[in-house]
Design a protein around this ligand. Structure first.
Ligand code: GTP
Ligand code: MG
Length: 191
């Protein structure tokens, strides 16, 4: 189901896990990797592909949710504000949102837009974790040094770090860890 307001989402009667992050970070690709479906969530090399709140019902007992990216400059200011309002409304008011997965491209230095978004999640007390995407694009040393410097940056403002997982939609890196994280939040979930 796809829609643009929290009121129109499916009934909030099952656990839900949503994916957010900058446009093009790999949210839709990661959902496809986790579900073993190449084309479940629509992906594109051009940023701004996902524009709605997309619910995928998994094994009849939980939801994965694909959200539009933030920080996509080409969307007009007006429509950008509009979609940000319905995304923040969803994040704040969706009562069955167990955890928000915030995706970060592992190749980049910490970006202001991500840091501000993470701060906002803290203010609103939204449970979240971080997933570094496109792990296949870096060598092992570069990958761990980028993750380490990201953690260092976060510790400037946070007392404690959220859970962190490194993933790749290309190689399947992080898949078991993410599915295990989801399963650990509720013993009734089977994935
Ligand atoms: P929006 O819906 O526009 O916000 O983007 P998105 O975050 O859903 O990104 P999407 O999954 O559409 O992927 C964007 C581009 O990155 C596509 O060209 C993907 O093939 C590529 N991509 C995504 N994940 C990975 C990954 O783990 N490794 C590599 N090498 N490429 C990836
Ligand atoms: Mg997408």
């Amino acid at each position: 189901m796809s829609n643009s307001s929290v009121q129109k989402c499916p009934p909030a009667d099952m656990p839900e896990f949503a994916f957010i992050g900058r446009s093009n970070v790999g949210k839709s690709s990661l959902i496809n990797m986790l579900t073993n479906h190449k084309k479940l969530a629509k992906t594109s090399a051009r940023p701004g592909k996902t524009q709605l709140i997309n619910h995928f019902l998994i094994n009849e007992n939980w939801y994965l949710v694909d959200l539009p990216g933030y920080g996509y400059a080409k969307v007009s200011k007006n429509s950008r504000n509009k979609f940000q309002a319905y995304i923040s409304d969803y994040i704040i008011n969706r009562e069955n949102l167990y955890c928000l997965f915030v995706l970060i491209d592992c190749r980049h230095e910490p970006q202001t837009i991500d840091k501000e978004f993470i701060e906002w999640l803290g203010e609103k007390q939204i449970p979240f974790m971080l997933i570094f995407t496109k792990g296949d694009k870096l060598g092992r040393n570069q990958l761990s040094s980028n993750v380490a410097s990201y953690k260092k940056e976060l510790l400037k403002t946070w007392e404690e770090l959220p859970p962190i997982i490194v993933s790749s939609a290309e190689t399947g890196m992080g898949k078991e860890e993410i599915l295990q994280f989801i399963a650990d939040t509720d013993p009734k979930l089977n994935n």
